[in-house]
Design a protein around this ligand. Structure first.
Ligand code: SF4
Length: 463
């Protein structure tokens, strides 16, 4: 019977149906980090339990690591203690751990794919909402809470409610200066931040087919911001090419056998969906959030619309009818598991090369992993950014959620390539976040205000 990837992977990992109506699902890969795992390990100790599958569990530090100097011990005593605690837990329970000075360290959703741990057809869990990122490879990947981290550590299983599947077809050519980030912001704006509740999002169509795996990761990463528990793209030649030769991917003949299986788990052409949505890629514009959730966005060419009583207006200091373009920024942040990959930095560098950051702007580039740092430095991208006035930082989550020294102050406005613009997300209770693509952040850093990136492309396009 024709089926979706979601159902094929779900069925293949089902241990049993529970009397609650939930499904007990086996988890192929469990990624852990320093923030949501300590209490889970404590609970294991209290019960005298071991980790069921330490060889399917991998740990890194990302949320709390400082990005200015990553020398141990960290100046922040709590950050140092959280890192040391994860180190101890991993040693005690036999889990591979990549500390801040290890070449594999980075944001958990960046290093999983780059090491080849993330593979098509897998079930993946991690104690972070943006675990949906891994769906870009045709995995179904769940962000989980601390008690579920405990469950997965102890049993390698999760009890989950079944999901419906919404197919989102994005078709047509994106215009120059329009990126995957604009596509996902447009989808969330259209379907709403609650629109995906109860759904898995399957992204497809000619635009997604043409996207690199890195761009697909940006799309899947923000599925959770649209309310969807998971988001995924069917695996294809681009997926297999990305994975070939990665350290944890199957090697040699095993890789070819894996590809045959990976192809088989893609959604069948005549699979039925619970809902379908069509998005015209040619109509997508460079997009910027103006409010306090990722669905409150406008094209950079548009005026802001909405009910003036919405608290987002008072918090952000906008009024209906305002243009988002021309909004002065204080901070520019390029980083996070949404947009800190090499291709993001390359695209931002195209905008920045030969220009200077506006004098009043503090601008940060935070690569998603040490590997990305190395690759970017080998290409000279660090010099491009530093000469323009950006700070070139070490890998970590940084200002995405500011559980480290990278924070907004007071009412600062930040042009950010991250994924959440909630009140207080970037460290200051009154700080304001404008989400946009890395190229748009680069353009805002140069102009000192929100500006249409298309006016700064090496070959400017008519807007
Ligand atoms: S970059 Fe942000 S969203 Fe991504 S893992 Fe880190 S804190 Fe979570």
């Amino acid at each position: 019977m024709a089926n979706t990837l979601f159902h094929k992977v779900w069925n293949a990992h089902t241990v049993r149906r529970l009397s609650t109506g939930q499904t007990q699902l086996f988890v192929g890969l469990h990624l852990i980090h320093e923030v949501t795992s300590p209490q889970a390990f404590d609970m294991l100790r209290q019960h005298g339990w071991r980790v069921a599958y330490p060889d399917r569990t991998f740990a890194t530090v990302d949320h709390i690591v400082p990005t200015k100097s990553q020398r141990r011990p960290f100046l922040d005593v709590m950050a140092e203690e959280m890192t040391a605690s994860l180190e101890r837990n991993c040693r005690e329970f036999g889990i591979p751990f990549w500390p801040p000075d290890h070449e594999n360290q980075g944001i958990v959703h960046v290093i999983g794919p780059e090491l080849g741990l993330t593979q098509p057809g897998m079930t993946i869990a991690c104690g972070d909402s943006h675990t949906s990122t891994h769906g870009a490879f045709g995995a179904i990947a769940f962000g989980i809470g601390t008690s579920q981290v405990r469950d997965v550590l102890a049993s390698q299983c999760l009890a989950l409610d079944p999901l419906k599947v919404r197919r989102i077809d994005v078709t047509g050519a994106l215009k120059p200066g329009v990126y995957a980030k604009d596509v996902i912001l447009t989808i969330i704006r259209r379907l709403g931040v609650q629109g995906g509740v109860g759904f898995a999002y399957e992204y497809g169509g000619s635009t997604i087919d043409r996207m690199s795996v890195e761009e697909r990761m940006t799309i899947c990463n923000m599925s959770i911001e649209g309310g969807a528990r998971v988001g995924y793209v069917n695996p294809d030649a681009a997926t297999f090419a990305f994975l070939r030769g990665r350290p944890f991917a199957p090697q040699g003949a095993a890789f070819d056998r894996a590809v045959a299986w990976w192809r088989s788990i893609a959604s069948d052409p005549d699979a039925a969906y619970d809902d379908r949505v069509a998005i015209d890629a040619a109509a997508v514009e460079p997009t910027v959030t103006w409010g306090i959730n990722p669905g409150q966005s406008v094209a950079v060419t548009e005026r802001i619309e909405g009910d003036p009583r919405d608290e987002a207006f008072a918090f952000m200091g906008f009024a209906p009818g305002d243009h988002i373009a021309g909004t002065k920024i204080d901070v520019a942040f390029i980083g996070s598991c949404t947009n800190s990959r090499l291709s993001d930095l390359e695209e931002a560098a195209r905008i920045v090369r030969g220009r200077r950051v506006a004098p009043h702007v503090k601008a940060l580039i935070v690569p998603g992993s040490r590997s990305i740092s190395r690759d970017a430095e080998a290409r000279g991208l660090d010099r491009v950014f530093i000469e323009a006035g950006f700070e070139w930082r070490g890998a970590g989550c940084s200002m995405c959620l500011a559980m480290n020294p990278d924070r907004l102050e007071g009412r600062q406005i930040c042009a950010s390539s991250s994924n959440r613009n909630f009140k207080g997300r970037q460290g200051s209770p009154t700080g304001r976040t404008l989400l946009m693509s890395p190229a748009m952040v680069a353009a805002a850093a140069i102009a000192g205000e929100v500006v249409d990136v298309r006016t700064l492309l090496p070959e400017p396009v008519e807007v």
